[in-house]
Design a protein around this ligand. Structure first.
Ligand code: ARG
Length: 588
């Protein structure tokens, strides 16, 4: 499907050509004066210099050169000193909205060549509770996954669990100190079926161990040794590690479920470890990696580098592998298991250098082909109102679950006095609206930017917020329910009539560009574009709603047309929030 701006560009290009000018001058874009026109073409201004002619004359000639088909679609007016203002004609707008209504994919285009994409997002670490820092990875990643799927790609979301390295050695060491009699630490080969600890205990153990290791050299050595033993396959440690993993994963799944986030793959850092030895050997043998001051490194500099890119370290001088080694081995693994066309990482932007080094290494080594896409969507920090990374009141790291609790409580208070919501629905409604508040608050910002998590703003039912979008959806649903037009769903597009008012035209124009808006969001992997789109759509809908008697309209055909318009708007909004990863309650 062609974007509307492209169609209009074709139309204007043809007119420029017919009038004797370069077709490239016909570029059309969305108007920056929506009060005057929907689209604009400034080609005559540019042509004036090239052809030494008054822009107004050129614009006049171009407008006169429009062919009959074009003239049916768009109204072109010439404005001094030589602008071409474009407005879609009502009949054309109607046909665009009909096309959306008739298409089960709501006119969202599909990619020509579907790709197989792995999205690496979430990135939680075993035995550490999810904190607010994990929110963005989960929320943005989930939406990018859905967006890539919507346009027809085959997508696998991978949580890429952090379950390797010193953190595991620390936990094992601390458990050993506390309960040396447990069979994991003795000669026993029988281990309990049930893990002898709960998730809360685990979550308390890690910070305790981490703090101790910073003060106590001996303890740190012990933890390093435990890490090493685990990696060598010590059976007791392995058994314990497996149980830590399953307790942790069960808890993580609960937490992600609450966020409406789900992964196709629960792969982890440890899964990549078996690929390391052969990968390292290969890099060494082919001279891609070399020893520098004892460490094995790959030089990843490129001639055009503007800033210094340090070498990618593959092995430390003590032979230990690192975060980058694991990420390279994970690419080897993904290539083998899934052979993806693209891997997208949704990870904090402060890890940008790490990914540059990893990507360059795998390209240099030919681990992936030149055609394989490697993309890092680096997101900014979620800050508190003080502009500093979001903290609890006492300055600690806030758990994700506490943050959600807080927003849900806030929402419950708002919803309790709402007559539209039955008492027994308060809880579930508050959960849905709270999630929308959090997710939309995050997603409506360009991912790479830092943003301020402002509870009051995000939970407001007015303005550019999740609750406002949900409120609009619920409003439309309730009108449609009242109308109870049984057969409307099937005859939707047939019921639509040409727009009569500005408000109706604006709403229809929004609907007409739905497919291309989603596609553009996909091309930029930018969920915030969907948020801007639905915010404008909601505003335009509400303007139409406030200026139009819908159920009270006496002309039955008009009334049906309004309801059909509402119905398309609803579908478009529902589809959009589904891509963003939240849904609307029945009432609010
Ligand atoms: N667990 C890592 C962290 O907490 C994030 C992992 C991101 N994904 C990756 N393939 N490196 O920072």
């Amino acid at each position: 499907m062609k974007k509307l701006t492209d169609k209009l560009t074709d139309i204007m290009g043809a007119a420029f050509e017919k009038a004797g000018y370069d077709a490239a001058l016909g570029a059309v874009r969305v108007s920056d004066r929506p009060d005057l026109c929907q689209y604009q073409c400034n080609g005559a201004m540019a042509a004036a210099k090239k052809y030494h002619k008054a822009p107004f004359m050129i614009a006049d000639e171009v407008a006169a050169a429009l062919d009959a088909d074009a003239a049916e679609a768009v109204e072109v007016s010439v404005v001094k000193p030589g602008f071409l203002n474009l407005n879609l004609k009502p009949a054309f707008l109607l046909s665009c909205v009909q096309a959306v209504a008739e298409d089960e994919n709501l006119s969202i285009p599909k990619v020509e060549n579907p790709k197989k994409i792995v999205i690496d997002y979430g990135g939680p670490n075993v035995a550490k509770p999810l904190h607010v820092g994990h929110l963005r990875a989960a929320v943005i990643g989930e939406s990018v996954k859905r967006l890539c799927r919507t346009v027809g790609n085959e997508v696998l979301g991978d949580v890429h669990l952090g379950d390797w390295g010193l953190q595991m050695g620390l936990i094992i060491t601390e458990m050993k100190h506390r309960n040396p009699e447990l069979p994991y630490f003795t000669d026993s080969t029988e281990y309990p079926e049930e893990a002898p600890f709960t998730i809360s205990e685990l979550e308390e153990i890690y910070p305790a161990a981490s703090a101790k290791s910073k003060e106590d050299e001996e303890y740190k050595k012990e933890a390093l040794e435990a890490t090493h033993q685990l990696q060598l396959g010590n059976p007791g440690y392995r058994a314990l590690w497996n149980q830590i993993l399953s307790v942790s994963i069960a808890d993580l799944k609960r937490n992600y479920e609450r966020l409406n986030v789900s992964f196709d793959l629960w792969k982890s850092e440890s899964d990549a470890q078996p690929y390391i030895p052969a990968m390292v050997e290969d890099l060494k043998n082919r001279g891609i990696a070399f020893y520098d001051q004892g460490a094995l490194v790959v030089d990843v500099t490129e001639p055009d580098d503007k800033k210094e890119i340090p070498p990618c370290i593959i092995l430390k001088s003590d032979g230990a592998s690192l975060y980058s080694t694991t990420d390279i081995a994970t690419i080897v693994e993904r290539k083998k298991l899934f052979n993806p066309d693209e891997i997208i990482y949704v990870v904090d932007k402060r890890q940008g250098m790490h990914f540059t080094q990893v990507f360059r290494t795998v390209r240099k080594a030919g681990i992936v082909s030149d055609e394989t896409g490697l993309t890092h969507i680096g997101f900014g920090t979620m800050n508190g109102k003080d502009g500093k990374p979001f903290k609890t009141r006492d300055g600690g790291v806030m758990r994700l679950s506490s943050l959600l609790d807080e927003i849900e409580t806030e929402m419950k208070a708002k919803i309790r006095d709402n007559d539209n919501v039955r008492d027994e629905d308060t809880e579930s409604t508050a959960e849905k609206v709270a999630l929308a508040a959090v997710k939309y608050g995050d997603l409506s910002n360009q991912a790479s930017k830092d943003y301020v998590f402002d509870v009051e703003k995000f939970t407001s039912f007015e303005g550019n917020t999740g609750p406002y979008i949900l409120y609009t959806i619920v409003r439309i649903r309730s009108i449609l329910e009242k109308a109870a037009e049984g057969d409307l769903a099937e005859n939707l597009s047939a019921a639509l009539l040409q727009p009569e008012t500005d408000a109706e035209s604006a709403l229809m124009l929004d609907l007409a560009v739905f497919g291309s808006s989603i596609y553009e969001a996909y091309e930029e992997l930018a969920p915030h574009r969907i948020c801007s789109y639905i915010y404008q759509l909601s505003n335009d809908f509400n303007r139409f709603y406030h200026g139009t008697r819908i159920l009270g309209e006496e002309d039955a055909e008009k009334r049906r047309s309004y309801l059909a318009l509402l119905s398309v708007t609803l579908k478009v909004l529902e589809k959009s929030i589904d891509i963003l990863g939240f849904d609307a309650p029945a009432h609010m």
